[in-house]
Design a protein around this ligand. Sequence first.
Ligand SMILES: Nc1ncnc2c1ncn2[C@@H]1O[C@H](COP(=O)(O)OP(=O)(O)OP(=O)(O)O)[C@@H](O)[C@H]1O
Length: 363
Amino acid sequence: MPELAVENISKSFSGNTVLTDVEFTVAEGEFFTLLGPSGCGKSTTLACVAGLEDPDSGTIRVGDNVFFDGRRDTTVPPEGRNLGLVFQSYALWPHMTVADNLAFPLKLRKLPADERDRRVDAALDKVGLLELRDRYPHQLSGGQQQRVALARGIVYSPGVLLLDEPLSNLDAKMRDQARAWLKDLQRDMGITTVYVTHDQVEAMSLSDRIAVFLGGRLEQVGTPAEIYETPATPEVAAFIGRCNLLDGTVHMTADDTTTVRVSLSGTDQSLRVPRTDGLHDGQSVTVGLRAERVRFTDETVVDEDQGSVLKASIVDRAYTGAHYEYRLSVGDLTLLAESPTHRAAADTTVQLRADDCLVYPHG
Ligand SMILES: Nc1ncnc2c1ncn2[C@@H]1O[C@H](COP(=O)(O)OP(=O)(O)OP(=O)(O)O)[C@@H](O)[C@H]1O
């Protein structure tokens, strides 16, 4: 199966720009997720790939098959793209049985009846619902309806499977089960998949690679580990997980070999961050620091190559079951921390490893 290439697509609705130069490729058999907050343009991107919307410019193709080319005014209608589509609302036809729901797209493709039956049963078998083939949608649970919708998405062996928040109608427990099941199905079938979600845990656990969308632009494309460990911008860092963003100024001396000092705005305390080529004395930076990397310590000093300790006060703590979430104040700054341990004292010190600091120079 060839790769899906989306090149420089832009889109506005009534003069309101919702996509700007969006560009990504999805490799054969890859599970690729479009992740971002509500309204950032994920569904519009998927709709452009599906042919339900036309971009204003750019190109979309699968291998040599051009679906859309803004320069040539080429656009292939959705039914000519051979894509499987599954939406959040399962959109099953209520008056048709499960089997008829699946057979319908095959009828549209004019497949003979015996071939239709064979494919319907094979798809239902894949999602583990063969025995429910003669039921109507209202006789199924939400999770079963979602599986039928997925079976309908794969029944005609599409080149690419497009899924728009397919699990978000399920309760939390069912969603966990469905996620594992969906991942297994995708891997077994080796089908190239584009998945839309605003749920970062879902994106991290399902995807080979994630494209992070913010405000109609693609901020970063990478593996879940890349996105989490080395977010390209402070905005991506803030969107994924719980990340502190602290502004400050670099103070560099000739003795600084591995780390440099950053004096933080809002407090008279400083951090040590890795010395990198792009940094110079006096430079304004934003330092990103994940909440779970803020560690309570009883030490008051630490080797400068390792990082820093800050004096902090605990303002608030919440027990989540897996860990405690702390809100700390450091001068006028607020610092979020996560820890499995309970700290009772109001005043504390926290250790921040230089290697855990994500440094974003301004301008
Ligand atoms: N048909 C339309 N007409 C006008 N504006 C639209 C249309 N479709 C989408 N938009 C706007 O485009 C922007 C992006 O919408 P889109 O549905 O792609 O976002 P999303 O990231 O998928 O959000 P959600 O997770 O809430 O579905 C939003 O501001 C939305 O209001």
